[in-house]
Design a protein around this ligand. Structure first.
Ligand code: NAD
Length: 487
């Protein structure tokens, strides 16, 4: 446990309030001792029930904060995706908690020595969440944090204030403040929060902000899990069925209007297929969204700032010679919107590497295309850029697929689809390099938020004496040295 007095920020009122809760949670955690499976399940069940109870309010709040977000999407990605991690952890936590036998070195095992790992809670875990799936990215990790027997403090995004209010109700309904507490506020509250001497901190957000988080955590040596973003490529092989590939990646690109950490960020396509793929994208979008501006099934940008950021990126691409191709339905004028910030899915062809759309994470419905002649160029391009959170390969060429898997590094990979790997609760979810540190979900999440305590129980026999380890050294010492240095 980190000593509370190691806090390094000034004691402003926000920090004071957070510290009080942290100290109360820590004291209660220490007084509790072993956190039984029943207690863990009860805490998770209360959370799950509370999310279910407030689901309609949550959906309404998501719609308010995004100005337009389909109910069905919110139900799938925020309500059900918050309930299922609890459900799955409740079912499995008893098995996860079992001590793990490990090998004991020769000859100690023969003499009766025994090694094992016990997974122990870390204590109080801080969770900082983003706005794009605000409930899912708060309650999802919370399920793992509680399964591991911890207490939690949460700091949601200021960009989705209505959702934060509902999440505060959900939290207050489900838990005592000593179990789970939530603090709202913007970057100032975030800065104070990230400087707290937690036992672990999980941050989900932008790579740029993660640098501040890690620096703040470093002052108290708080271990961090960083779930970040990046530019996730979609590689289309010559062997791919274009229609199937496009319909799959465009579902992922248009979901939440591209405001997904795992959204397909850019395409790498065979040069002779670019026109066919562009035509197919238009067809796929029109099939999903015959209308957009008044269509409640097409999500808006979360706010004007992000709307403007994407418009600026389009201007930048056009100025640098890009071919900007909108898929907006005929007759819809996106410059005339009533209370929403929608942007139609927009392809950018003839791209150059100096364009912002090829440098920054897009996080919206813009889709730049890069073409290749030789397949190897795709791997070279991915490797010449920061390691992505996800990588997508569409094709049926086993050798190519193997090459992509072996020669590129990304947080995860989805073959012949996009995003779906995150739905596999039994696969760890996390990034690598600038896309993140550590991972969670399911058993891997339980382990991430637990301390794997190594325990060795010595044999009854005097091992040190037998092995000549206790001075004065003699022939038994030499025998042990000989045995242990034998190669
Ligand atoms: P963000 O980094 O701007 O904000 C995330 C959280 O950090 C918010 O709660 C915010 O209030 C807080 N914050 C902001 N500045 C802070 C500071 N200086 N100190 C402490 N806290 C601070 O991210 P965002 O705009 O909310 O989300 C978008 C980003 O998140 C994208 O890059 C996306 O790829 C990434 N993301 C990653 C995942 C993942 O699981 N890997 C999931 C969703 C989003």
């Amino acid at each position: 446990m980190n000593a509370p007095e190691t806090i390094t920020t000034g004691h402003d009122p926000i920090t004071e309030a957070m510290m009080k809760v942290l100290e109360a949670q820590r004291a209660d955690y220490l007084a509790e001792g072993h956190v039984s499976v029943e207690v863990r399940i009860d805490r998770m069940r209360r959370g799950m029930n509370s999310v279910a109870k407030y689901q309609d309010k949550l959906v309404d709040a998501l719609s308010t904060d995004f100005t337009c977000r389909p109910r069905q999407l919110s139900m799938l990605t925020d309500v059900s995706a918050s309930i299922s991690p609890f459900k799955s952890a409740i079912k499995q936590v008893k098995t996860w908690m079992k001590p793990e036998k490990r090998k004991t070195m020769f000859p100690l095992g023969l003499l009766g020595g025994r090694s094992r790992i016990e997974y122990q809670p870390l204590g109080v875990v801080g969770i900082i969440s983003p706005w794009n799936f605000p409930a899912n990215l708060t309650f999802g990790p919370l399920a793992d944090v509680l399964a591991a027997g911890n207490r939690a403090m949460i700091k949601p995004s200021e960009f989705t204030p209505s959702v934060s209010d509902v999440m505060a109700e959900i939290v207050a309904d489900a838990w005592d403040e000593k179990e789970v507490a939530i603090f709202t506020g913007g970057p100032e509250a975030g800065a104070a929060f990230s400087a707290l001497p937690f036992d672990h901190m999980l941050f989900t957000g932008a790579t740029s902000v993660a640098r501040h988080i890690m620096a703040a955590a470093a002052k108290n040596l708080v271990p961090v899990t960083l779930e970040l973003g990046g530019k996730s490529p979609v590689i289309i092989s010559r062997s791919a069925d274009v229609k199937t590939a496009v319909s799959r990646f465009m579902m992922g690109k248009t979901m939440n209007a591209g405001q997904i950490c795992l959204a397909p960020d850019y395409l790498l396509v065979p040069e002779e297929k670019a026109d066919e793929i562009i035509a197919e994208i238009k067809t796929a979008v029109a099939a999903m969204y015959p209308t957009m501006l008044e269509n409640p099934e097409y999500t808006s940008m979360v706010n004007e700032r992000h709307f403007q950021r994407l418009q600026d990126n389009l201007t930048d691409a056009a100025e640098k010679g890009g071919d900007v191709i909108s898929t907006a339905p005929a007759g819809e004028d996106f410059s005339q919107q009533q209370g929403t910030y929608k942007i139609a899915p927009t392809i950018i062809n003839n791209t150059t590497d100096d364009m912002r759309v090829l440098q920054e994470e897009i996080f919206g419905p813009l889709l730049p295309i890069k073409t290749y002649k030789d397949f190897d160029e795709t791997i070279q391009y991915v490797n010449a850029n920061p390691r992505p959170l996800a990588l997508y390969y569409f094709g049926s060429d086993a050798q190519e697929e193997r090459n992509v898997l072996d020669r590129t590094t990304s947080g995860g990979v989805c073959l012949n689809d996009v995003i779906m790997h995150i739905m596999q609760e039994d696969l760890p979810f996390g990034g690598v390099g600038p896309a993140g540190t550590g991972s969670y979900h399911g058993y891997d999440g339980f382990k991430n938020f637990s301390h794997a305590k190594s325990i060795y129980k010595q044999a009854k026999i005097d091992v040190a004496g037998l092995g000549g380890m206790r001075p004065p050294y003699g022939p038994n010492t030499e025998k042990t040295i000989k045995m242990q240095t034998k190669i």
